[in-house]
Design a protein around this ligand. Structure first.
Ligand code: ATP
Ligand code: MG
Length: 439
């Protein structure tokens, strides 16, 4: 049973979606929701009632017992409406509720959200704007995505485990660390679970977590938040190629679930679903970093075989693609210290980034980890990192080291691509960026 019928059953209420059906015609129902719109005339009041599943027209005629209450109602008031469902082709959606009684939970003051307001205004009023049908559709798709991530990992026999948010050393480099005072000591907010996952994986072999990560991203791009949701996995006795198999399976699973569960939501967002269908049906190409650079060069970018790929480059590279693509084996200098050098070419590392098509770019960062102590020590030194800060992490190579690999999926970026949103802020209930902390 879908959540749409279930949680309203738990409330002993119907949903708009379930009452808009031939079986409901002629039956008496009660609905709860908000007034999406209202038209008041001398003889009729039409209330468009909205819940998370849709909108239905409810009508009260002059002379009905409900008429005086219906006439008082304002846009975005919260109501419970009881009455009979009638099939009526003139009503939007083909069904209408003839109101018998109305209970007003909260009569709304003039609602500040109207058509045509600026994005800045809307985000300032995110707490009210989020009731809107488009935002609700994004949030419903986001819910399916989170649910399907857990579903995938359970099905694939992963253990769920947590890692600390307060940490004492960096994972992804100092420039994006949020520093704070921890009883007189320096601490940071976690950028990734990874270092801890590498200890935990020795206990459980296949692990995952879904948790917030924090990065003080000063650069303003459409894909960076300061607080984002990170679905991370770590696997023992697994190499970079096997890792890509799991990533591909995960993304295919999530997209399949969204197509199954959120047909109406994708439609409301005017999402052309061809790239989503390809994602399920076609294999994801696996390109070496140099091949990716060549694609970018062919599309007019001036890059060399040591250039980093950021949001702008990845937009050009993926804008004509209709399926996610792996970019693999980057030069060592472009990746964090923990990536394992490629034995056949130690100037490169065994890593992969998964780039979403249609211009979206990186949604997963992944790779095989260094499993030998000497290599790790020399990489820490090369990166100017203090060995002392990583003592416990080095221990993992001292006492029975194993080949292992892992990835981090930016869930908000995945929501952004699946919904084809213009900015990552739209993908999050209450986004956090250098500029946005309220609401
Ligand atoms: P970018 O180059 O875009 O900053 P990254 O290489 O720093 O990404 P990783 O460290 O590999 O990213 O993190 C794993 C995943 O987490 C990324 O692929 C992305 O989906 C997500 N992610 C990273 N930073 C952010 C952020 N600031 N906001 C939202 N998602 C992020
Ligand atoms: Mg980054």
């Amino acid at each position: 049973m879908s959540v749409e019928s279930y949680y309203f059953m738990a409330l002993e209420k119907y949903t708009v979606k379930t009452v808009k059906s031939d079986q409901s015609a002629g039956t008496k129902v009660n609905l709860v929701g908000f007034v999406h719109n209202i038209r008041k005339g001398k003889n009729n009041v039409f209330i468009m009632l909205r819940d998370p599943t849709g909108v239905i027209q409810c009508v009260s005629h002059a002379g009905d017992q409900s008429f005086s209450t219906a006439s008082m109602v304002t846009r975005e008031s919260s109501l419970e409406v009881s009455g009979t469902i009638n099939k009526d082709d003139r009503a939007d959606g083909g069904y209408e509720l003839k109101i018998e009684s109305i209970k007003i939970y909260g009569l709304a003051e003039p609602f500040p959200i109207k058509k045509g307001q600026s994005k800045v205004y809307l985000f300032r009023n995110r707490h009210l704007w989020m009731r809107g049908q488009k935002v609700t559709s994004v949030l419903k798709i986001r819910s399916t995505i989170f649910e399907s991530i857990h579903e995938f990992f359970v099905k694939e026999h992963f253990y769920e485990i947590q890692s600390p948010i307060f940490v004492g050393s960096s994972v992804e480099g100092g420039s994006t660390l949020f520093e704070l005072d921890y009883f007189g000591k320096k601490a940071f907010l976690s950028q990734s679970w990874q270092l801890y996952a590498e200890a935990e994986v020795n206990s459980l072999f296949r692990i995952y977590t879904v948790a917030p990560s924090f990065r003080a991203e000063k650069s303003k791009t459409r894909r960076h938040l300061t607080e984002f949701w990170h679905a991370e996995a770590e696997m023992a006795f697994t190499d970079n190629d096997e890792l890509m198999d799991v990533e591909e399976k995960l993304i295919k699973h999530i997209v399949k679930r969204v197509l199954e569960n959120n047909h109406d939501d994708l439609k409301r967002l005017n999402r052309d679903v061809s790239a989503l269908k390809n994602t399920i049906d076609k294999p994801f190409p696996r390109l070496k970093y140099e091949e990716v650079i060549d694609i970018a060069k062919k599309n007019g970018l001036e890059l060399t075989y040591t250039s980093d790929l950021g949001a702008d480059e990845e937009r050009v590279i993926t804008s004509k693609m209709d399926v996610p693509v792996f970019a693999t084996r980057y030069p060592k200098s472009l990746k964090a210290f923990y990536h394992k050098p490629d034995p056949s070419d130690p100037s490169h590392v065994l890593c992969n980034d998964l780039l979403a098509p249609e211009g979206y770019g990186e949604i997963i960062g992944a790779g095989q980890r260094i499993d030998d102590k000497e290599t790790l020590l020399s990489r820490l030194k090369e990166e100017g990192l203090n060995e002392k800060d990583y003592e416990w992490y080095i221990d993992l190579r001292r006492y029975g080291s194993i080949p292992h690999s892992g990835f981090g999926l930016g869930v908000d970026r995945l929501v952004m691509w699946i919904c084809k949103l213009p900015h990552i802020m739209y993908a999050v209930p209450f986004p956090r960026t250098p500029r946005w902390l309220m609401p």
